[in-house]
Design a protein around this ligand. Sequence first.
Ligand code: NAD
Ligand code: UFG
Length: 351
Amino acid sequence: MSTVLVTGGLGYIGSHIVIELGLAGMDVVILDNLANSAIDVFYRLKSMARKDIEFYQGDVRDSKILNVVLSEQSVSSVIHCAGLKAVGESSLKPVEYYQNNVAGSLVLIDAMREAGIQNLVFSSSATVYGIDAPVPYVETLPTGGTSNPYGTSKWMVEQILKDAANAAPKLSIASLRYFNPIGAHPSGLIGEDPQGIPNNLLPYIAQVAVGKRAELSVFGDDYPTADGTCERDYLHVVDLARGHVKALDWVKNNTGAEAFNLGTGKATSVLEIIQAFEEASGVKIPYSIAPRRPGDLPAFWADATKAEKLLGWNAELGLEEMMADTWRWQSQNPNGYRSNAKEAQPDSSVA
Ligand code: NAD
Ligand code: UFG
């Protein structure tokens, strides 16, 4: 039996990974403390999944619950998504970020060692390249020089995992450096559900589209880019999730620690995103130009050749799908998971 533990599996990215693992024939157990997710996500996943899914409510920093999960569920691999992710908040609450992201990863890797589990896929970020890296970002570039505790926490965990793999030759670890995941599952059943005012571009646009926010602020139009607004490498969350299935395959057949960029290799500006969203949804997005947001880089995108060569992965879904799926999710769930929890109770006939 080969069960995959997904920490943070009820979050935005983790929930999409759970679906793709099921499609690939794997059993899944989720550990999540619900710090930034809702139990309704689990009910929806149960109703969508082809394979069995178990859920433990608990914290990745709690070695007791980890030991229980790893022993009860015959886990053979771990995908570690649990953590805090708000860049701005991380400067206000650095200790909380290092505790969740760094200490949590240490507790996890220790529990894996005790349980004899060798395979780990870690949710890292393009932010580890730091603020001075040349574009496109390629894995051979030096990392570090991050500008906030969130980015530094991801960089630290990558270093820790490298050292751990050097010391334990059977360990196999893939750190996946995500670029900008957007979109939602095409079913419209799962997607991104930020608490409060969204920090990220697509959730904000989607909330403007359903009338929850009056207009979008475009943070700066005087960057050295084609239209003056920032450019990013946006990738569909389903593509990103499929990258984890490929990475899992890689860790099962290799040893050592490797980092992989997961991006499309294309950069898109904020104004291009607004236009693409309007085309996909048929809804006009009112916006105004606001001052630059502190800490934003003008443009970065991935060189994703390594993932293509070693994992056999590349992004298949385009901007049109990213926008259409964001719109389907937001328009069908205007209040996120809280809006229609009743209709989304688990379907016990599909386990
Ligand atoms: P998310 O907040 O939607 O999901 C994270 C999940 O982890 C949540 O369900 C939360 O409840 C849970 N969690 C948080 N701390 C925990 C803890 N100590 N113990 C157990 N569960 C805990 O975030 P996401 O967008 O799905 O991101 C997943 C991972 O990917 C994170 O590690 C994040 O840093 C990383 N990442 C995200 C992005 C992005 O743009 N979304 C980009 C790069 C990297
Ligand atoms: N933006 C706006 N208005 C908004 C929100 C965002 O104009 O209301 C702009 C930003 O200025 C930026 C672009 O839209 O130019 C994308 O911003 P996001 O906040 O969506 O994404 P970031 O690139 O800033 O951050 C993402 C992840 C982080 C990660 C970082 C680097 O959210 O976790 O990429 O990899 F650290």
